[in-house]
Design a binder for this molecule. Structure first.
Ligand code: 3PG
Length: 245
């Protein structure tokens, strides 16, 4: 939108009120402005739009689509599928093919090889329990929207050195949860978090109310017990309830 409007304004206004040098400088900056407008999807905005990221561990490939359909019926059209089982990568591919509108993220990224495999599949975002520069660089090289995990201010500083501003707080409840996020807000202004690990129906809303939280991650609506018993309707109901609160 801005890209189309600004040149029009310039053409109309420039001859009267802008000197020639300013006009030339602006035109030279134009490619950068266009690039900014059409830059890759913003990770915090994507996560904010999901709001509650179901953290999904799929043991059986047959369950992948029914679980994601149950989530979608409940109103959450996204999931983080963890790389904790042998079928995880295949499950991501399957869901992406069967449900093109469903946002397939990947979790438990621990090695550059994980990122390379995910880049081939083309997942919407990738989550790691921790932060390393190697992983961060690899994610950038593979153009993966990357959400690395942090648990301390020092890890946060290391992550920020790579230009990142959005982190998973993990394991959220165990490392300080809501009081920790409140304490991080002032010294780390502008940094946002997706707390995950111990987030539950009892506390997720309090997390979401914090200004430095863009979304929460949790497995309560897709717990291993629900999946093992194939309780797809219960998954839908828990998802709906979470969104209604
Ligand atoms: C995980 O790593 O399993 C996620 O953080 C989910 O944690 P939770 O099961 O405590 O929601």
């Amino acid at each position: 939108m801005m890209c189309s409007v600004i040149p029009l304004i310039l053409v109309v206004v420039a001859p009267q009120s802008l000197n020639f040098n300013f006009f030339v400088s602006f035109l030279m900056l134009w490619p950068a402005l266009v690039k900014e407008e059409f830059s890759v999807i913003d990770l915090p905005e994507l996560l904010r739009s999901i709001k509650i990221v179901p953290v999904l561990t799929i043991e059986s490939l047959d369950d992948a689509i029914p679980i994601c359909q149950a989530l979608a019926r409940g109103g959450i059209n996204a999931a983080e599928i963890t790389l904790r089982t042998p079928v995880a990568l295949e499950a991501m591919t399957l869901v992406k093919e069967a449900m093109p509108d469903f946002i397939v993220g990947a979790g438990t990224i621990k090695t550059p090889k994980d990122i390379e495999a995910l880049a081939k599949i083309g997942v919407a975002f990738g989550v790691s329990p921790g932060f390393t520069k190697t992983l961060s660089n690899c994610a950038e090289e593979n153009e993966l929207l990357f959400l690395p995990g942090v648990a301390t201010p020092s890890e946060l500083l290391t992550g920020m050195e790579t230009g990142r501003t959005c982190f998973k707080l993990f394991p959220a409840e165990a490392v300080g949860g809501i009081p920790l996020l409140k304490s991080l807000a002032a010294p780390f202004e502008g940094i946002v978090f997706c707390p995950t690990g111990g987030v539950s129906p009892e506390n997720y809303q309090t997390y979401l109310n914090l200004p430095n939280v863009v979304c929460v991650g949790g497995s309560w609506m897709v717990s291993p017990a629900l999946i093992a018993e194939k309780k797809w309707d219960k998954i839908t109901q828990l998802t709906k309830t979470a969104l209604e609160m």
